[in-house]
Design a protein around this ligand. Structure first.
Ligand code: MG
Ligand code: MG
Length: 256
């Protein structure tokens, strides 16, 4: 079911979004060679709770009944890992690419946002992948206007990624967000203009392009959660929770 939010609900989602943005801003400061993914997870968990919210991802059930629920408060995915990486004691190394995804539930409403961070100095290709993926998200947000359609958002992402020689992951999507972390609908990050669901004021979407340096195919690692590129090449991921309004889209997870 597609859920449109009231002004009051958007206000609560703005607070949830702010909490997530604060956590990501703090994590950015901490990411450097030698830091473990578990340390980042523990820090994020404490920061989410200190702000009166609950981590959205901890205990999130898998679609596969054989896979235990997600055990951590952030997703930390490194290099060829795309999304849903489980934070481990593994320490980050110079030149790696970290994708960190944070979700927080505040007064029953979720905020969901992710960034890709370079660990120390990274390759020129990795830098370009980060920049293009960030531009994909910016283009997508610019297209998230009432009266347009989900296909316009997908098309904007696909155009930016492919014109730069990168590919867009198909097997994981953007999604509605609100009282549920994944609410109402999912939306491919590729598409055709004028196609798909009509965007209406009050719709809240977690827009999250996942862009691969090589092929767009994915595989799930043995832990049942971590999604990686099929060819072992790098991937980047940026995400914001966005509200469709009567005017410009409002980014609810924007960092100051
Ligand atoms: Mg997310
Ligand atoms: Mg999401």
């Amino acid at each position: 079911m597609i859920v449109l939010k009231s002004t009051n609900e958007i206000a609560l989602m703005r607070q949830a979004g702010k909490i997530v943005a604060n956590v990501l801003a703090e994590l950015k400061e901490r990411v450097r060679p030698g830091v473990s993914l578990l340390e980042l997870d523990q820090l994020a968990d404490a920061l989410i709770r200190k702000q009166g919210a609950v981590p959205s991802f901890k205990g999130y059930p898998s679609n596969d009944p054989k896979v235990p629920p997600f055990p951590a408060s952030i997703c930390a995915s490194v290099n060829d890992e795309i999304v849903h990486g489980i934070p481990s004691a593994r320490r980050l190394k110079e030149g790696e690419l970290l994708k960190v995804d944070v979700g927080a539930c505040y007064k029953g409403y979720h905020g969901d946002s992710a960034v890709t961070l370079p660990v120390g100095a990274v390759s020129a290709e990795a830098c370009r992948l980060i920049e293009v993926t960030q531009a994909c998200l910016a283009d997508a947000i610019a297209a998230a206007v009432a009266g347009r359609r989900t296909g316009d958002i997908g098309a904007a992402i696909q155009r930016r990624a492919e014109s730069n020689g990168f590919s867009v992951v198909r097997e994981y999507t953007s999604h509605g967000v609100g009282r549920e972390l994944h609410e109402g609908f999912s939306m491919l990050n590729v598409g055709k203009e004028g196609q798909g669901m009509l965007l209406r004021p009050g719709l809240t979407i977690a827009i999250e392009p996942m862009i691969n340096a090589g092929k767009y195919g994915t595989k799930v690692k043995r832990d049942g959660w971590t999604v990686a590129t099929i060819d072992g090449k790098l991937s980047a991921h940026f995400e914001h929770t966005v509200a469709i309004t009567e005017g410009e889209p409002e980014v609810l997870t924007r960092q100051e």
